[in-house]
Design a protein around this ligand. Structure first.
Ligand code: NAP
Length: 295
């Protein structure tokens, strides 16, 4: 009997994960279907609990459920526990185990596609949700010099910084000989030239600029406040050149979009469900093809 892997999110109409994940499963001739499930908040609990059935290998979890899915699972691996967000569920007998492969995908793309080593660098992160958490914990582990979290809801940025502080202390992480500096700031600071003046890497972890989304065409800050020479990394993958990346390019910054991260995190999830080494370049090709075929 064919097995199933689900993608749980809302909305997910324009997600390209089903396309490149199914292609990878077919590449290995696995009798597995990767299905997109648009799940309304009231149906989340029932949908997750169905994954305990023998038919399912697990699921991917995307916006907006990466944090709210946690209480519905039986177990979390160590990294997902630290990060506080789950993007992959694996069924182990009748137990559901949560993982976070976003951190891995983010770093892999940063090193491989951005050619950027974050050690000892000053980083500014926009957003304080599940993606921002995965990104900031990954960067802390790589010993950046400082992390500034800027979010529309300041309290959420402060909470993330508090959790980072605890993580850094518990792991005894230092950058060079000093402690990693952490800061939470309100969204309004983005209009100031000062905010990014010492920054090496800016990461957008909000959905701003996403094609077909409610924030399509928007960007968090303009070319006038982006210093030339920094790296601007937008987790949004559609469009490939987001409004923020256009501003960054105009300012003379280096740019990296969200597509490689999407593929690397997906490849890591595939490995967790099937045990097979994911055909990463093949998946990357299929992801690009899928993006081009969207209306
Ligand atoms: P989330 O948990 O819902 O967090 C969304 C964040 O965006 C929050 O910090 C929120 O601020 C902020 N935000 C929402 N509307 C805003 C607005 N109008 N102005 C300013 N800030 C706003 O979502 P998530 O899971 O972290 O995902 C964030 C983005 O990353 C999504 O676009 C997702 O597709 C992308 N992502 C990409 C990859 C990839 O592989 N490329 C992986 C993961 C995520 P408040 O706290 O104030 O609400």
């Amino acid at each position: 009997m064919a097995k199933t892997i689900g993608l749980i999110g809302y909305p997910i109409r324009y997600s390209i994960s089903p396309y490149f994940q199914q292609a990878a499963l077919d590449y290995y001739n696995l009798d597995v279907c990767y299905d997109a499930w648009e799940v309304r908040p009231k149906d989340l609990e029932v949908t997750v609990s169905q994954l305990r059935d023998f038919q399912y290998l697990g699921a991917n979890v995307t916006i907006p459920y990466k944090e709210s899915v946690i209480p519905l699972l039986d177990e979390l691996d160590e990294w997902a526990t630290m990060v506080g967000a789950v993007n992959t569920i694996v069924r182990n007998k009748n137990r559901l185990v949560g993982f976070n492969t976003d951190s891995y995908g983010f770093l892999e793309a940063l090193y491989q596609d951005g050619n950027f080593d974050p050690e000892d660098k000053r980083v500014v992160i926009l957003g304080a949700g599940g993606a921002a958490s995965a990104v900031s914990f990954a960067l802390a582990q790589k010993k950046v010099k400082s992390i500034t979290v800027i979010n529309r809801t300041l309290g959420r940025a402060q909470k993330l910084v508090g959790r980072l502080e605890h993580f850094i202390a518990s792991q005894a992480i230092v950058s060079g000989r000093s402690a990693i500096k952490l800061n939470a700031l309100p969204w309004q600071v983005l209009s100031s030239h000062e905010t990014l003046s010492y920054c090496h890497l800016l990461v957008n972890c909000t959905a701003m600029g996403t094609r077909y989304g409610s924030l399509e065409g928007d960007f968090p800050l303009g070319s006038d406040v982006i210093p030339a020479g920094i790296m601007v990394y937008d987790l949004v993958y559609n469009p490939p050149l987001t409004p923020l990346l256009q501003q960054a390019q105009e300012a003379g910054a280096s740019i990296l979009g969200g597509l490689p991260m999407l593929v690397y995190q997906g490849a890591a999830s595939l490995q967790l469900w099937t045990g097979a080494d994911a055909p990463v370049s093949f998946m990357m090709g299929k992801a690009k093809e899928a993006l081009q075929s969207l209306p």
